[in-house]
Design a protein around this ligand. Structure first.
Ligand code: NCD
Length: 316
């Protein structure tokens, strides 16, 4: 267990931006213990008994919502799922109204996903409880970056000094942004690989390398993180055709051969086989950590729920 004065003690988790390396490490340490708990038959604790967690999803989600739901239930919280896309928002209620309505029901934790960047931080200013950003537009998705870090650390034994390539639709990816911030904070080297239309602007000064040639970008890397082409965030056409995209930027064994021989393959899901990744690479249990990422997701979310409810549970 970390020293009490070195424990994560914030009210919200809105992003990786601004977190200290030791805060990230504290969450990863806690999550490691939950991985072991989740592998046992009896996985339920009563740490969050009496607390209410509301999962407020303005955007559809399968794995992230389920993962947060399981995490809350395994810690003994009462968990309620609200898909706002089909209720209040359709009737014209504003985000602030929704926040204030929920606030009046005295939840202890709100887990929020929203299609607009910054919406979760705005909502957090209008409620009294802890807020976790489960993805806001193309801005941040902090628990995804934490679960990716936990996956890398458990498979590679460290993060500092590794070279991680993040490939594909970087422009629309909150996963990429949170991962870049976290990996740099923990001392990894980051390479961004994608077509010129989908690379991140304004990252000069961040200390990342950019590549439009995937083969060159993958040379010698320790981890290859693939991203989905997020067509729902695209207006107009960013790639000539899916076939051409796969040819230049799809992860195949042929391209993976340029990475280090034991390079780990990752993808946050949902995955488009044959678009950004060849299905056989994704299913290769020796190389792909994609299902590990899903497993680590529950543990990381339990760690975050534990840390953010410290005060609600009577801590100082
Ligand atoms: C990601 C997301 O929603 O940002 N998925 C996830 O949380 N597992 C990535 C994506 O949608 O491509």
């Amino acid at each position: 267990m970390p020293e009490p004065d070195l424990a994560f003690r914030r009210q919200h988790l809105l992003g990786i931006e601004g977190l200290e390396a030791w805060e990230i490490l504290d969450l990863l340490e806690r999550a490691d213990a939950y991985v072991e708990l989740n592998r046992q038959t009896a996985k339920k604790l009563d740490l969050l008994r009496g607390l209410t967690q509301v999962n407020l999803f303005f955007e559809t989600s399968t794995r992230t919502r389920t993962s947060f739901e399981l995490a809350g239930k395994r810690l003994g919280a009462d968990v309620v799922n609200m898909s706002v896309g089909v209720s209040a928002i359709k009737k014209g209620e504003t985000l602030i109204d929704t926040a204030m309505t929920l606030n009046a029901m005295h939840p202890d934790v709100l887990v929020v996903r929203h299609h607009e960047s910054g919406a979760v931080a705005l909502l957090a200013r209008h409620v009294r409880c802890a807020v976790i950003n489960a993805g806001d537009g193309s801005h941040e998705h902090p628990t995804q970056a934490l679960l990716d870090a936990l996956t890398i650390r458990r498979r590679k034994g460290r993060i500092a000094g590794l070279t991680v390539a993040i490939c594909g639709d970087l422009l629309h990816s909150r996963v990429a942004r949170s991962n870049i911030l976290l990996l740099l904070a923990l001392g990894a080297r980051v390479r961004l690989i994608g077509p010129p239309t989908l690379l991140l602007p304004h990252v000069e000064g961040w200390g990342v390398e950019m590549h439009t040639d995937m083969r060159r970008g993958l040379t010698g890397v320790d981890v290859v993180m693939m991203l989905r082409l997020q067509t729902e965030r695209m207006q107009g056409s960013y790639v000539p055709s899916v076939r051409e995209y796969f040819h230049y930027y799809g992860l195949t064994y042929d391209k993976l051969a340029l990475a280090s021989p034991d390079a780990l393959v990752m993808h946050p899901g949902p995955m488009n086989r044959g678009v950004e990744i060849d299905g056989v690479v994704a299913d290769d249990i020796d190389r792909s950590a994609i299902l590990d990422q899903v497993e680590m997701g529950v543990a990381v979310r339990m760690a975050v729920l534990e840390a953010l409810t410290h005060r609600a549970r009577g801590g100082n």
